[in-house]
Design a protein around this ligand. Structure first.
Ligand SMILES: Nc1ncnc2c1ncn2[C@@H]1O[C@H](COP(=O)(O)OP(=O)(O)OP(=O)(O)O)[C@@H](O)[C@H]1O
Ligand SMILES: [Mg+2]
Length: 282
């Protein structure tokens, strides 16, 4: 899988021999010794296998997803793109346990979420998944700090104060913690939403058009920060976007058309993303 290529391999330390052991081999070692064994690939954070989704039935049935199989490696920033109606939001909702599938399987780590009850899904979304939405979705009566801490409080989980400080530092919100959302710019509000997602250390963050309501400068700040959280904190992010520049911040772009994964790019440039979208008729 292309996304796994960037996962660092284990160190190439030579195994030491037990005391007194002798090496008997008819073959000479290659110059420089044997190469270290390849690291076993890390299991992906999220995997969809043959996922289908049908809305409605009979003549009115809409096949929003038609057998999507795709994995999202840990510590990788992936964008999902495709023409309007191609199934991006549907796929994200199925991956995040926000919607049920009509067929196929979704796994988050060791858990098959497509077999979970509503109650299990609520806990899963609360404890293991982070969300960032286009509309920020902050509570207006709470300060930035209270918004950031809210999911942990709802989950009854202890706050790691050092981690909180680090996240606040990274998103540059130190001097805005006591402001309410109405006292913050759009970019600052989205950074609060990013911090809120990150502070719970979710296994994956799903972001649906996170820069859709921001001007290009604020958008670039948020995207730079999301990419930083992948690079520096090992966060896994899956982001739906229409914007080729936004997608170019990702490590990998998966393209949908008519409910199917049709192609993907690694290390995307805005031009390469735009070309691919044109070919797909977006
Ligand atoms: N609740 C629903 N009921 C019926 N059809 C739906 C529903 N949600 C989505 N669809 C249909 O499923 C298909 C995929 O929709 P989806 O919202 O996933 O597309 P998208 O790629 O996110 O599009 P956009 O870029 O416009 O947001 C579309 O044909 C859409 O009309
Ligand atoms: Mg959508």
């Amino acid at each position: 899988m292309p996304g796994t290529a960037r996962i660092p391999s284990v160190s190439g330390e030579q195994p030491s021999l037990a005391e007194g052991a002798t090496v008997t081999s008819a073959y000479a070692s290659p110059p420089g010794g044997y190469p270290p064994a390849a690291a076993p690939p890390a299991p992906p954070a999220v995997v969809a296998t043959e996922v289908s989704k049908v809305y409605g039935s009979g003549d009115a049935a809409v096949h929003a997803l038609r057998g999507v199989s795709v994995g999202f490696a840990r510590g990788v920033f992936t964008a999902i793109m495709g023409p309007s109606g191609s199934g991006k939001s549907t796929l994200m909702h199925c991956l995040a346990g926000l919607d049920t599938v009509s067929g196929g399987q979704v796994r988050l780590g060791d858990s098959e979420i497509t077999r979970m009850s509503d109650k299990q899904l609520t806990l899963l979304r609360r404890n293991r998944i982070g969300f960032i939405f286009q509309a920020f979705n902050l509570l207006p009566t709470l300060t930035a700090e209270q918004n950031i801490k809210l999911p942990l409080e709802l989950a009854g989980r202890a706050l790691d104060q050092r981690w909180f400080e680090q996240v606040v530092e990274v998103v540059g919100l130190r001097d805005r913690l006591n402001h309410r959302p109405s006292e913050l710019s759009g970019g600052q509000q989205q950074r609060v939403a990013c911090a809120r997602a990150l502070v719970a250390r979710p296994e994956v963050i799903f972001a649906d058009e996170p820069t859709g309501n921001l001007d290009s400068r604020a958008g670039a700040e948020v995207l730079g920060f999301l990419r930083g959280s992948v690079r520096e904190m090992g966060q896994t992010i899956v982001m739906v976007t229409h914007d080729p520049v936004a997608a170019s911040y990702a490590d990998r772009v998966v393209f949908l058309r008519d409910g199917m994964v049709v192609t993907e790019l690694t290390r995307p440039t805005p031009d390469a993303v735009l070309d691919t979208l044109k070919r797909l008729g977006a």
